[in-house]
Design a protein around this ligand. Sequence first.
Ligand code: DX5
Ligand code: ZN
Length: 216
Amino acid sequence: MTRIISPSLLAADFGNLKAACELINASEAEWFHIDVMDGTFVPNISFGFPVLEAIQKHCTKLIDVHLMIVHPEKYVKRFAEGGAGMITFHFETVENPSEVIAQIRAEGVKVGITINPDVAVEVLEPYIDQVDMVLLMTVFAGYGGQKFIEESYQRIATLKEIIDRKNPDCLIQVDGGVNDKNAPKLFASGVNVLVAGSAVFNAPDPIEMVHRMLKS
Ligand code: DX5
Ligand code: ZN
């Protein structure tokens, strides 16, 4: 089973983005998670294209872009040009998910779709065979450092049942409150990609933390 750690840039030292990239490059993390927030879909604003371009310059890992923005379809091309290897958009932000999925794919980028914890997992069923990944948010999108919502395990099980039936190659990612304590149970539940911001960047040794989460 695929097991990947995708550390989130949101918890890194923004005064030294190059060092954050070098840290991730040196670690066993295969992906680098980039959270884009617009202050409209979520209350918080994070960063945009110039930061992504700086990351692209220094990062050797797959750039895993999580869009928490309205009208993601307007910006797909620029995120692809900015080096995204995976673009994940929120189901809640688009009128026609299939169109946005096709648009991302046309840029030669892998596609993810995601929902907040208050949206029923079943709404994603019609799109499962069109995407490379489903991200189940395990906190409400918008901020790093929140507590993992324990009810998420039931949602993961529901999603896994749909994926096994409709598209077994589709990856499951979770994001929010993930750490070395819950990583083993999440992997055992069938999750393939763990996003972790504070757990990795606030650890005394982030490289060791990535290793610990992966081997747990
Ligand atoms: C939250 C973001 C997350 C965030 C996770 O809206 O999507 O990627 O960085 O942060 P932690 O791992 O600290 O919960
Ligand atoms: Zn995220």
